[in-house]
Ligand binder design. Sequence first.
Ligand code: GLC
Ligand code: CA
Length: 566
Amino acid sequence: MTSIVEPGSDAAAEGAPAPDADAVARRMQDPDWWRQAAVYQIYPRSFADSNGDGIGDLKGITSRIPYLVSLGVDAVWLSPFYPSALADGGYDVDDYRDVDPKLGTLEDFDEMIAGLHAAGIKLIADIVPNHTSDRHVWFQEALAAPKGSPARERYIFRDGLGPDGATAPSDWESVFGGPTWERVPDGQWYLHLFAKEQPDLNWDNPEVREDFLTTLRFWSDRGVDGFRVDVAHALTKDMTEPLQPWAELGAQDEDNQGLHPFWDRDEVHEVFASWRAVLDEYTPPRSAVAEAWVHADRRGRYASPEGLGQAFNFDLLQASWDPASFRDIITKNLTEARSSGASSTWVFSNHDVIRHATRYGLPLEQDRDGRKWLLAGGDESVLDRELGERRARAVTQLMLALPGSGYIYQGEELGLHEVAGIPDAERQDPTFFRSPGVDVGRDGCRVPLPWTTDGESFGFGFAGAHLPQPAWFGDHAVEVQEQDPGSTLAFYRRALVLRRELQGAEDFDWVEGASGDVLHFVRPGGWHSITNFGAEPVDLPVGSVLLTSSPLEAGRLPANPTAWIR
Ligand code: GLC
Ligand code: CA
């Protein structure tokens, strides 16, 4: 691994110091903690396995709290940990108010949250309101109940078309490929925007609305500090017949002006207003962040203080390595967040996309998300791993200097690349099964983390891992990187410690430089962030260099890194 921290910096591979009791208490009580938090996403089944069944679990997370402390994150976002058959990696929830027995118990949950809180780390739980799993008691009741019954009214059942009702009610396509309708034995069809094991709830039904308020209270009472709201923009639907043909509908992230039958309808904000009322019953109020793939102009509605308070913006995650588009996206999102009273969110990697170290190491012009490359088997000859890692660190450092909250996905702090070439027989993602030949799915970013250089499952657990780990994982293990002050892990730790020290008000100003290839901005207290997107080295302004994502060359910023200066 190359050295990426400036020689002479004390860049402490050991990471952030444990916070003292006063700092913990202050952080825990701060109502605005989420506005500029560094949030670490844990995909629980792939983080740490405490009992050797190959599946990460809550006790595994608890055992790694010292690691989270040393990383210096403010909060953990925990992807679904509820009972689930894993038809969609846990986003198919059987019971919203329990823990998957494969992951532990409610007592384990209490222990985990107590440990996180004692360390000053907040917990954001993922909540999945658009659909239940097909094993949820409500769906089982719906299947057993007759057509038109109240049990069916909790979901979206319809008769089919044609004389015998054998044609689906519409030709809509599911997000994971294939039809959105599935037929049940008595001939009716139910709607599922995702996998068929994920029937969509009917958000016009007051019982559904009430039940989710109960769930929000259930977890808030247990100490959950915030919620990440899965597919927040799909809940309310206009199912007035005749249903519009698929060819006439826009995509989910287009500007549909609230007219699409299921994406981004205006009525959804009534639901979130009622959620906000519940979240505000708590001290400090519980935070919420919407996963809403909507047009940037409509994102503020989800992020308003009367609504969820914050919304993900996936614009940078979808941007090419291009300073002009980065600049536009940053300006636009900061303006928009300010006008809705929210703070922005920034993210480059999560459990749904190809890891950003890989995306930035590919010749991407026609394949920005890397999916075609992955589908074609992940040809190593076109992947520049080193370049990808350098650029990934640079954009991460840039992101961590922006006002708003920054999301880090487990493993990116190790510089992990996407795992390509998982054998078909071992794939788990429904995207792979539902879209044969079109998408291999998201398993490549969900492979269990390497903690040690060798040993069973690289220290993920003491037995196997539920997805196969490649041999190169050992070189990226936490154990190796902790010994190396030039590692990506040491870089993340240093960046997060500094961020905490430097972070002040949410002000932000661009600094106009000599070259259009450089993005330079300044934050309160004279904290400058400078990223060189170009091929030529550039001079840095005078000041002390606090951190660079790759070494300087003769005091100048070469191609691809970010520097912080004060
Ligand atoms: C969200 C999740 C994704 C899941 C989908 C359906 O997009 O991030 O992982 O498959 O919702 O719940
Ligand atoms: Ca386990």
